[in-house]
Design a protein around this ligand. Structure first.
Ligand SMILES: Nc1ncnc2c1ncn2[C@@H]1O[C@H](COP(=O)(O)OP(=O)(O)OP(=O)(O)O)[C@@H](O)[C@H]1O
Ligand SMILES: [Mg+2]
Length: 331
């Protein structure tokens, strides 16, 4: 559905891509990774047609409708319009309740939707620009760092929306949890090339580590992130939280730490139970909010959205507590 053939891209003397071939099929969910300056954004722009190739061809299927998101898109919003006006303008296919639902998912609720774009924060503008891309009838989404201005609740709703989305998604994100839960393939760019790996982000890291070991011939112990097969929702989210917090502590099983350990384990159990409870309530609210008649049939819609958001904050705080409790157990 989209193909780059022997594609090259140069900016002056700088060669970002040097004759790469890439085929993207319908429905694929691909994470684009690579170090800073490797060419991720350039790749997005080349596929989107925002930037032109300097060599080779770009072939796009007839039926492909691409939606391209990058942070700087926020600058092209109409500052005079209100949030809801700005979104409605590019969401002709959506009903008003659907538009409000989408805004709710991007954390605009209640009076927020009547704010003028001019008074929004940078993060709010980025969220609105993202909502605009999601509102269009696209079947291929090119999302360059869409998670940057999202908190954990909004990330969750974006992730859910993208998982349900039957079309193609190509995404650049620093959020490992999102990449792992969404992507079934990883394309690593850099040094003029684009290399493809099957599997999610953790699988990619594993394969990379194995390749590096092979090539260096060293059997060094890889420290750091947790097992790639850790699919437990709470575990993963807590890990992510730990990474964000910059912490990298692990519980040590020292003999003298036994009692502290036990206490912390109990506390963790409590926190996890609380997280589960809150997430269940949040999921049930989300289900109600997904009902197209939600906003028409209920006059407590705003309250429910507020409750939904509050639960999200609570859950985030609980994850932070969970990490703290693990860290204190580690001493
Ligand atoms: N318009 C441009 N003119 C000149 N050089 C550019 C231009 N856009 C990008 N580059 C250069 O091309 C290289 C790839 O940039 P790109 O923005 O694609 O990287 P990236 O992988 O998205 O990086 P990051 O992780 O920092 O977003 C960089 O060296 C960058 O400086
Ligand atoms: Mg970039």
């Amino acid at each position: 559905m989209a193909e780059l053939k022997h594609a090259s891209k140069k900016y002056g003397a700088l060669t970002v891509y040097d004759g790469i071939d890439l085929v993207i099929e319908r429905g694929q969910k691909i994470a684009l990774v690579g170090p800073n300056g490797a060419g991720k954004s350039t790749m997005m722009k080349l596929i989107a047609g925002v930037e032109k190739l300097t060599g080779g061809d770009r072939v796009i299927g007839d039926k492909v409708r691409m939606g391209y998101f990058a942070q700087d898109l926020a600058e092209s919003l109409d500052y005079e319009k209100t949030v809801i006006q700005e979104l409605s303008g590019s969401a002709s296919a959506l009903t008003t309740p659907q538009i409000r639902g989408l805004l709710g998912a991007m954390l605009f609720s209640g009076d927020d939707v009547d704010k003028r774009v001019a008074v929004l924060s940078g993060g709010e503008r980025a969220r609105l620009a993202l909502a605009k891309v999601l509102a269009q009838r696209n079947n291929c989404l090119l999302l360059d760092e869409p998670t940057n201005n999202l908190d954990i609740v909004a990330k969750d709703s974006l992730l859910e929306a993208l998982r349900r989305f039957p079309g193609t998604v190509l995404i650049v994100s620093h959020d490992r949890f999102v990449l792992n839960e969404l992507a079934t393939e990883v394309i690593e760019v850099g040094r003029g090339q684009a290399v493809r790996y099957l599997g999610n982000y953790d699988r990619y890291l594993e394969k990379k580590a194995a390749l590096e070991q092979q090539s260096s011939g060293v059997t060094s112990h890889k420290d750091g992130s947790r097992s790639a097969t850790d699919r437990d929702r709470i575990g993963s989210a807590a890990n992510e939280h730990r990474e964000r917090a910059g912490g990298n502590h692990r519980a040590r099983d020292g003999a003298d730490a036994g009692r502290r350990h036990e206490r912390a384990a109990k506390r963790r159990e409590q926190i996890e139970a609380e997280i589960e409870k809150k997430e269940a309530e949040r999921a049930s609210l989300a289900e109600q909010m997904n009902d197209p008649n939600f906003y028409l049939a209920r006059n407590d819609a705003d309250e429910l959205i507020a409750r939904y958001e509050k639960l999200g904050c609570d859950v985030e705080r609980l994850y932070a507590d969970l990490v703290k409790s693990e860290e204190s157990a580690a001493g």
